[in-house]
Write a protein that binds this ligand. Structure first.
Ligand code: ZN
Length: 506
């Protein structure tokens, strides 16, 4: 708690006592905050390594729209805003030059001949300017956020700092943008251009409406012409493109963060986070079923990375819960953000990947002696959730007859209990199960699959349960036992589908 107060106090001091001749430090603060919410965090006190590559990327993204000539009124002159008290800042100049050479967006920029020069110029600007000066307050270095190592590769956020950036992201970004705006307004050369009634804020930090229009047709198609929120038909061309995680909360356009909705639904939702039910539907639609089509259709206009979208949404919802925020359900209807499990100490999925990465069994052993991770202390419960321990892992020979297996994805554990002992393909107590990890990008539709579900109990231990998954009308999922003596269970936000049943090993 004290560290979080210290963090807020430090950010305020930084903006008051720092020396800002250009706008780079505001961009750097914004960039660090963005990167913190895009990386899942293991523990509240974790350090976070941020590469200078990531910072350069963010920098260019933040300044890209600033390098367009600005005009205040319909008949005013258009010119580049200055972002430096002296001559124009280097980053703006080089980006403007690219735009003059018909580079229309960041993707084109990265594929163009200009990229290596832009990258070098931005990196040099970052290193010479804000990176090792941001934390100079009243002429003295106070390295509260990260140490001044002068590394040419990365910075390491001190213990607890990434957590504070995530917790107070809105506030930090609001302060950074406001200070940035004021700096631009205070530069003399800009004042005539801006005029008294300016749309400066919208220009600098607003939504790119033209790009949003590109997302509309593909969203309408994958939603089969229905509003994402109320499921009623959309009038084809009047649909709004809504930022599922509101732009006001996280102001980078990610290609997987859009849904199509009625204007009325969108206007009612405004800057609220949507209820858990909508979140489940959004994950299913944009991060599972239609991930690939969204990436391929929208990559020319937006940054597309489903994992990043998921990390940002996980962050936004965990903050909403911590703040006791209300979530938007439907017109004038709100619900409290429920409790969701927070940080998972050692989820099975990470554990397996770590095992595979360490052992390199996949590549170094011949196919006929392939080894898979086997967890003797995990019982995949058929009945009620059962606590298991992924700490004890062995390797055993991969079973034959299940196609190509991969120790990074496939693993073995025993079934336990009788709830799946029914139907056409019963699963018996004690049988050895071959399971395949599913990630959001590899999951496909889980409808009617037999799936292992993971959740944490109150003490943070992992529990496992095997059930068939059935999607029901309003986007909820039911977990169905094959043995009809066990009633269906509604999936809730504490549960995570993490593996699908590939087969029973005889
Ligand atoms: Zn609607």
């Amino acid at each position: 708690m004290q560290q979080q107060l210290d963090f807020i106090a430090y950010i305020q001091r930084m903006l008051n006592e720092g020396d800002f001749s250009a706008t780079y430090k505001f961009a750097l603060l914004h960039a660090i905050a963005d990167i913190c919410v895009e990386h899942p965090l293991q523990q509240p006190d974790s350090e976070l390594v941020i590469t200078l590559d990531e910072l350069v990327d963010k920098f260019i993204l933040l300044y890209w729209h600033h390098a367009v000539p600005f005009t205040a009124g319909s008949n005013g002159d258009a010119a580049l805003l200055k972002q430096n008290t002296g001559k124009q800042s280097k980053v703006i100049s080089v980006l403007y030059e690219c735009q003059q050479n018909n580079i229309r967006n960041i993707r084109q920029l990265k594929q163009s001949q200009y990229w290596s020069e832009i990258y070098r110029a931005t990196l040099a600007t970052l290193k010479d300017g804000p990176l090792w000066r941001l934390q100079i307050l009243s002429k003295q270095a106070e390295c509260f956020l990260y140490l001044h190592t002068n590394s040419s590769k990365f910075i390491t956020l001190n213990s607890g700092i990434a957590y504070s950036f995530r917790r107070f992201y809105d506030l930090v970004v609001y302060l950074a943008k406001n200070a940035w705006l004021q700096k631009i307004q205070s530069i003399k050369d800009n004042q005539q251009l801006i005029g008294p009634q300016s749309q400066l804020q919208q220009f600098l930090f607003g939504v790119d409406r033209n790009a949003l229009n590109k997302a509309r047709p593909v969203l309408i198609e994958i939603q089969r012409g229905q509003c994402f929120y109320c499921n009623k038909p959309l009038n084809n061309n009047s649909a709004d493109v809504d930022h599922f995680i509101p732009f006001a909360r996280y102001s980078t356009d990610l290609g997987h963060n859009f849904v199509a909705a009625h204007s009325a639904c969108n206007n009612s939702k405004r800057d609220h986070l949507a209820a858990q039910r909508h979140r489940d539907n959004w994950q299913q639609q944009n991060l599972v079923e239609h991930t690939a089509v969204l990436s391929s259709e929208l990559a020319a206009y937006f940054y597309c990375d489903a994992e990043k979208s998921r990390a940002v949404s996980d962050w936004a919802y965990s903050v909403a819960q911590a703040n006791g925020a209300k979530l938007w359900l439907s017109k004038d209807e709100f619900v409290y953000a429920g409790t969701t499990t927070t940080v998972v100490a050692k989820p099975l999925i990470l554990h397996i990947n770590a095992l595979a990465a360490n052992d390199q069994v996949a590549t170094e052993q011949a196919a006929d002696s392939l080894l898979l991770p086997y967890f003797p202390d995990i019982k995949i419960a058929c009945g009620h959730f059962k606590t298991g321990d992924a700490g004890n892992a062995e390797h055993v020979a991969a079973p034959i007859g299940f196609g190509t297996l991969n120790p990074e994805k496939h693993f073995l554990a025993h079934a336990s209990g009788n709830s799946m002992n029914g139907g056409k393909n019963p699963i018996l107590d004690g049988q050895l199960l071959l399971l395949e990890l599913i990630s959001p990008t590899s999951a496909g539709s889980l409808q009617n699959c037999t799936v292992a579900i993971e959740r944490q109990d109150a003490s943070g231990d992992n529990q496992y349960l095997l059930r068939d998954v059935k999607k029901v009308a309003d986007g909820q999922y039911l977990l169905i036992a094959k043995n009809t003596d066990y009633p269906p269970l509604a999936a809730d936000e504490t549960m995570r589908t993490f593996a699908r049943l590939k087969g029973i090993v005889e």
